[in-house]
Ligand binder design. Structure first.
Ligand SMILES: [Zn+2]
Length: 403
């Protein structure tokens, strides 16, 4: 186990040293060419381990397969993403390993991970934590997932006496900008069931996510010189403000948690001529999700009656709750729970307040719950991961694929 932890740590430190931030403004695939550098590195690494079919495709996806050495025929897929979030700097990551003995962690001058802000820290006393230097994110999301999968594969190749089922691996680009499955090739992947290894806290098992849509409200005004505007001007900015004020005040991200859905105003701009409001709509429950969309349409109709037809509403679905799909393969949840329990980790089933690549894949015919990586505080400088948690996750994955 010590040897495995050491290899895993070295591997993780190598991966996070490669700059793979994705870019939401890019239309290229992958969104940033630099992601392929990590893809190339991992492909070579897998080949050197003995996985000869490891392959980096032109879109930046790495595929690899490990044949079964048992009579189990059904392949299991393992998926993680190689990009890191554009919401924090991801270049020149300078990780540091500390033996955590309790208390706050000073990352650098003035940047401190405090227990009062991150109370989970106290669960890590006595563990070895990989932390940042306070200027970048760490990249455990999701290079920890990649590390854990590659380490499992390496272990299985080195121990041919251990019986396991066929394993399909895919490492994707651009998950953080919602494009991780855009060019996913299900045929090359070859598994009809898979897990993403992209969650946080050790033990997390997720198979419920939001149903998601975006709504764009376009308000068209009538503009005229303000000095002669009486009974003529229709100020689009003011009408847009009325729309915002008519939305349910408590149903926003700042007032909801757990299974509570929301409307989130994520952009507003405009003047007298035209105003644009962009919302995202989220709800775990399919019926409530549909009624949220209907509400926005009827509010638009109401505003049109009130202001004489100045409003348009465009709604587009983004993704759906994978629960409906996963419920048709309950053994995937049972197996995952069991894999955690056998490794001595208590499974924690939590609804995701967002989406995952697994949700997208589930609706493309590959049911795909999400497993923890063991990391914490993703997408910021306080991100950290414990080496013990990563090692545990290798054991959990082992339990999933071995007999
Ligand atoms: Zn992630």
């Amino acid at each position: 186990m010590k040897e495995l932890s050491k290899k895993l740590t070295e591997r993780f430190l190598k991966y996070v040293s490669i700059y793979t931030t994705s870019d939401e403004d890019s239309t290229a695939s992958p969104s940033t060419e630099r992601q392929k550098e990590l893809g190339k590195y991992i492909t070579e690494e897998l080949k050197s381990i003995g996985v000869n079919d490891a392959y980096l495709d032109p879109f930046g996806y790495v595929y690899a397969h490990l044949d079964a050495n048992s009579c189990a025929e059904e392949p299991l897929g393992l998926i993680a993403h190689m990009d890191t979030s554009p919401s924090a700097p991801g270049e020149n990551v300078c990780p540091r390993i500390i033996r955590y003995e309790g208390g706050d962690i000073v990352l650098s001058d003035g940047v401190v991970t405090r227990i009062k802000d991150f109370p989970n820290l106290k669960n890590y006393t006595g563990q070895d934590l990989i932390v940042t230097n306070g200027t970048t994110l760490l990249g455990a999301d999701d290079k920890a997932g990649v590390t854990e999968i590659v380490t499992l594969i390496e272990y299985l190749v080195a121990h041919p006496e251990i019986k396991h089922r066929p394993i399909s691996v895919c490492f994707t680009p651009d998950e953080e900008i919602g494009r991780g499955t855009e060019n996913f090739n299900a045929e090359v992947f070859g598994a009809e069931k898979a897990y993403t290894v992209d969650g946080g806290l050790l033990g997390e098992l997720e198979y419920e996510n939001f149903n998601a849509a975006s709504a764009k409200i376009i308000v068209k005004g009538v503009n005229i010189h303000p000095g002669t505007a009486k009974n003529i001007m229709k100020n689009a900015a003011l009408m847009a403000a009325e729309f915002i004020a008519s939305m349910p005040e408590a149903e926003t991200p700042a007032h909801t948690e757990g299974y509570e859905g929301f409307y989130h105003l994520c952009e507003m701009r405009g003047d007298e001529n035209e105003a644009i409001l962009k919302y995202i709509i989220r709800d775990h429950d399919k019926d409530r999700f549909e009624s949220r969309k209907r509400f926005m349409i009827s509010l638009t109709e109401f505003m049109n009656l009130r202001f004489g037809g100045c409003f348009e509403c465009e709604i587009r679905d983004s993704y759906y709750n994978m629960k409906n799909i996963i419920e048709t393969v309950p053994e995937m949840i049972d197996n995952a729970k069991n894999a955690f329990t056998v490794a001595g980790v208590e499974p924690r089933i939590v609804p995701i307040r967002g989406g995952t690549d697994g949700a997208m894949l589930s609706y493309r015919g590959i049911p795909c719950p999400n497993l923890s990586t063991g990391g914490e505080n993703f997408h910021g400088v306080h991100e950290f991961i414990s080496i013990q948690s990563m090692t545990k996750m290798v054991e959990v994955l082992y339990n999933l694929v071995c007999e």
